[in-house]
Write a protein that binds this ligand. Structure first.
Ligand SMILES: Cc1cc2nc3c(=O)[nH]c(=O)nc-3n(C[C@H](O)[C@H](O)[C@H](O)COP(=O)(O)OP(=O)(O)OC[C@H]3O[C@@H](n4cnc5c(N)ncnc54)[C@H](O)[C@@H]3O)c2cc1C
Length: 657
């Protein structure tokens, strides 16, 4: 069997998640068709629907303030049964399950508001509500979109059975991660061996290979969606391409052979989370979700909603933290005046305001987009998750700094001293996870660029793969290049939509910078193409094989530093547009000031990214590669790691001294 390169695996995994949905507004950034009117419509849709299910939101507020003590979860490192029951009674654990299956059937807009509200008070309870929806319920609903005529009846049976159970009294967990796979699930090693009569599967995986890791709700769930690689009788996993066989299964905790081990983390104390080993767990074919090989598609479809949920919880936490900062900025007097009035701190407070307002704006836009049927939200959800998680970590860090020693001190310790206790330290620890779960930041940056470049690179590849003669292949980029020049002239449609006097200059900046951005990307790609041609010519003249030469699209997609910086420019440009539109719709002076503040800060960052790209020349890129390899080969260890009592690290030799 032909071995795929890691690059191809990554690309195919990404492609497998692409459905036939409507392209989203920002996926057209590079093809010059981002339409501000579409974006504005989503924001207006949010406004119109923000108050639906108000009783649910009111009840949860009432219940949390009266009954829930987030510090109890923290101190006891577990969620009291009464809290879970409260979430159940209020409808939170079945909020997004469609009404026909016994849930409340709320929209993503309401769900985002619900998570924000719960997350502002107890991040642990908010994550439980989020994962209850994502774990099994969303998997069942995503699988529905992939159903064929032949699999529809089985799918409906599963939904009738399991969605109703989840709406009534079950808890569900989603189990993709294993010890060997995290960001790249295409190499998954959980085995689902099909029985000879094809009526059942035997699931296996242990703590070293294939067992499930980090399953949120894993300790309290009674239903799981597990992803595993289907093997036919006598087949060996090394002989197949696992990605094509990754399949989702609904597994009941009551099955024999399941062992669960509770895990705990730097933050999120009390969050139910587990490592799960599977010792020949037999499940019926009836529990296979979708077709064999649909597993990653289902997982990726879940990721969109998961990322919106993470952003909603982050927003709740961020609002709470920035409020604490504002309070302490006035309350604490040092150097003769409130610390918030010292300019360095004032600047930080403004940054927090801007981050909160921009996160909320983009969250409103993406949540409303998710409520439009058949719209591909993956790019926007990735931008939202990347931005909100970083904004949260920054806000948590700055709040902790502003609180000084009290910021670093635990809530319990502050209380023991009789101080006015505030749990900044807890929120700071929990915030950090947001950059890891539902797609780590590095992966998201690459993913954003993959989405943005998808159309262009796919067209390019199609042309390259055509049965053209060689010389024509070299010119294959021409049609795309010509189209690009046309698109380059019109980076946004309906830009006149941002008319507010205070924000107009930002609108002009967005147009100008989008052009510069597109030009930059195309020049870099052309450079890649030129290098490719030069290498081809050199090899050809020297009579060497050209097979090993990396194609321009492949080498382009591997320039991670460049792509990472580009993804952040796209992120800030997108968020600026949405934030300006939202402020303008609100037509309040303070909203306009917040949008203006965000744009000022975003523009500073964008300019810095352009400088960083310029400085990251090919020469610098080569140097980073060489020095990076030296680092990984421990070449600098002697110079850097003298005089430490080193921890034991598998595979690393002890230091010389
Ligand atoms: C609190 C918590 C709850 C979780 N809940 C669940 C759950 O319910 N279900 C579930 O299935 N999983 C869950 N996870 C797992 C989570 O999704 C993974 O931790 C995450 O996908 C990262 O995988 P990893 O930990 O194996 O890191 P790795 O994939 O090993 O990545 C390590 C680092 O390398 C970077 N990296 C990886 N690949 C690349 C690349 N190609 N290029 C550049 N950088 C790269 C990553 O961004 C990361 O910073 C949870 C994790 C936590 C911490």
């Amino acid at each position: 069997m032909m071995q795929q390169s890691a690059y191809d695996r990554f690309r195919n995994t990404f492609e497998s998640a692409h459905g036939k949905q409507q392209p989203s507004p920002f996926s057209r950034l590079l093809s010059g068709q981002t339409n501000l009117q579409t974006i504005n419509n989503s924001l207006l849709f949010w406004q119109d629907h923000a108050d639906s299910h108000k009783p649910l939101l009111d009840n949860i507020k009432q219940w949390m303030v009266n009954e829930v003590d987030p510090e109890r979860i923290e101190n006891e490192a577990q969620v009291p049964a009464s809290y879970l029951q409260g979430l159940r009674t209020s409808g939170c654990l079945s909020a997004k399950i469609p009404q026909q299956y016994g849930g409340l059937g709320v929209s993503q807009i309401t769900f985002s508001k619900l998570l924000e509200r719960i997350g502002s008070y107890s991040e642990v309870l908010a994550l439980i509500v989020s994962v209850q929806q994502l774990g099994v319920a969303q998997g069942l609903l995503s699988a529905q979109k992939l159903e064929s005529e032949s699999s529809r009846a089985q799918g409906e049976r599963q939904r009738q059975k399991y969605l109703k159970q989840l709406a009534q009294n079950s808890i569900g967990a989603f189990c993709l991660t294993t010890p060997e796979t995290g960001s790249d699930p295409s190499r998954l090693q959980t085995i689902a061996r099909l029985s000879q009569d094809q009526h059942s599967f035997e699931l296996s995986g242990n703590n070293q290979l294939g067992g499930k890791l980090y399953a949120t709700l894993g300790t309290i769930a009674n239903l799981y969606i597990m992803l595993a690689v289907v093997l036919y009788h006598h087949e060996n996993i090394d002989d197949i391409e696992p990605r094509q066989r990754i399949t989702a299964f609904i597994v009941d905790k009551a099955c024999a052979g399941i062992s669960i081990q509770a895990l705990d983390f730097c933050g999120w104390h009390g969050l139910p989370n587990a490592a799960i080993t599977l010792n020949k767990v037999v499940i019926s074919q009836e529990n296979q979700l979708g077709e064999i090989g649909d597993g990653l598609k289902i997982a990726f479809m879940n990721l969109g909603s998961g990322r919106i949920n993470i952003a909603s919880i982050s927003l709740g936490m961020m609002k709470q933290l920035s409020r604490i900062s504002r309070w302490w900025g006035v309350e604490r007097i040092q150097g003769g005046k409130p610390i918030g009035e010292h300019e360095l701190n004032t600047q930080q407070l403004l940054k927090m305001n801007a981050s909160v307002y921009a996160t909320e704006s983009f969250l409103q836009f993406v949540s409303a987009l998710a409520d439009q049927p058949d719209t591909d939200i993956r790019l926007e959800a990735a931008i939202l998750k990347l931005f909100s998680s970083h904004a949260l970590v920054d806000v948590a860090d700055e709040t902790l700094q502003l609180r000084g020693g009290r910021g670093y001190e635990s809530y319990a310790s502050q209380r023991r001293r009789g101080d006015h206790a505030v749990p900044v330290e807890r929120l700071f620890r929990s915030a950090r996870m947001m950059k890891i779960g539902e797609g780590g930041s590095n992966i998201l940056q690459l993913y954003i660029m993959r989405c943005l470049l998808n159309d262009f690179l796919n067209k390019y590849r199609t042309l390259q793969q055509g049965k053209n003669r060689r010389w024509r292949q070299y010119l294959a980029l021409l049609p795309s290049a010509i189209r690009f020049i046309g698109d380059y002239l019109s980076p946004y449609a309906n830009t006149q939509l941002i008319t507010a006097k205070q924000l107009r200059r930002h609108s002009q900046y967005i147009i100008k910078t989008t052009r510069a951005y597109k030009k930059l990307i195309m020049i870099q790609f052309a450079g890649e193409y030129f290098c490719y041609l030069t290498q081809l010519a050199t090899h050809y003249m020297q009579g060497q094989s050209t097979k090993a030469i990396r194609k321009p699209d492949q080498s382009f997609e591997q320039r991670q530093v460049f792509l990472g910086l580009c993804s952040q420019i796209a992120m800030y440009l997108s968020i600026m547009s949405v934030t300006c539109l939202r402020a303008q719709n609100k037509a309040e002076p303070k909203a306009m000031e917040l949008a203006d503040e965000f744009c000022i800060q975003a523009r500073e960052k964008i300019e810095l990214f352009f400088i960083q790209i310029k400085n990251h020349s090919r020469q610098r890129e080569a140097m980073v590669k060489i020095r990076g390899m030296d680092t990984l080969n421990h070449q600098y260890a002697d110079a850097l790691e003298q005089n430490i009592l080193a921890f034991e690290l598998r595979g690393i030799k002890p230091n010389k001294d």
